[in-house]
Design a protein around this ligand. Structure first.
Ligand SMILES: [Fe+2]
Length: 249
């Protein structure tokens, strides 16, 4: 992802990441990895100019309510049910420098723990005023924010009685579609994190803790919403753990 700032990046040494901390593709406690994990060594394919340069996003594609999941599904007509929260932070490179104009997208379950998705058959009700998707561009300081509701925990078939901790899915693009990174954010103090086989595919506790957003009372608004802070680091020793690849292009 640092390829979007080649001149600045070249002035500082590359900090190598710790590849031993990356979750294994095969982890039997997370049952579906048994059939999904590759059986053959991975093949590294270089990106091409097309993947790195286009298509591009324009600022005019982002609507004013796109980062407000409480209101965006109804176009501002009605608010979603649930615990109102602000989730915010910065997208940073391996040297702690902000990454501006990066598309950050999130998707999540509603307050009852159900996704608005045809394959989600959990009997918690859908909220007619909640879609569960949002997007925004980081500003010049790499800052982003979403107003949303705290997602509920939900059960999933794995080994028996398994529940996902409350979480928000994240997608971060670089300057092109080919630089997409995907991760999940958890909430400070959730006891289900320690019981989640998906979270614990990350064996290093320090790495897992970087996916846990801290309660941030300094950004909470009295009588309105709580806040959680989640910084995303794209590369280097303090890199956020991503699901889809060890690092960007
Ligand atoms: Fe999920």
């Amino acid at each position: 992802m640092t390829a979007s700032h080649p001149n600045r990046a070249s002035t500082l040494p590359l900090i190598p990441r710790d590849r031993t901390a990356h979750p294994p593709a095969y982890d039997p406690d997370y049952k579906t990895t048994v059939t999904r994990s590759p059986r053959w060594p991975l093949i590294s394919v270089d990106s091409t100019t097309t993947e790195e340069t286009g298509p591009l996003f324009g600022h005019d594609l982002i609507g004013p309510l796109d980062n407000n999941l409480i209101l965006n599904y109804t176009g501002g007509k009605a608010a979603a049910v649930g615990e109102r929260i602000l989730v915010h932070g910065r997208v940073l490179d391996e040297n702690g420098r902000p990454v501006p104009n990066t598309l950050v997208e999130i998707w999540q379950a509603n307050a009852g723990g159900r996704y608005r998705h045809v394959k989600d058959t959990y009997f918690a009700p859908l909220d007619p005023n909640f879609g569960g998707c949002g997007r925004t561009l980081t500003d010049e300081n790499g800052y982003y924010q979403f107003l949303t509701i705290k997602p509920g925990a939900y059960p999933w078939p794995n080994r028996g009685n398994e529940w996902r901790p409350s979480h928000i899915h994240y997608s971060i693009f670089g300057h092109a579609f080919g630089q997409r990174l995907i991760s999940q954010m958890y909430f400070e103090g959730d006891p289900l994190i320690d019981r989640c086989p998906i979270a614990h595919t990350i064996k290093d506790r320090g790495q897992l803790d970087r996916l846990v957003a801290a309660l941030d009372m300094s950004a909470a608004r009295p009588m309105d919403f709580l806040a959680y802070k989640f910084d995303i680091v794209l590369r280097g020793r303090r890199q956020t753990m991503f699901e889809n690849r060890p690092e960007g292009l």
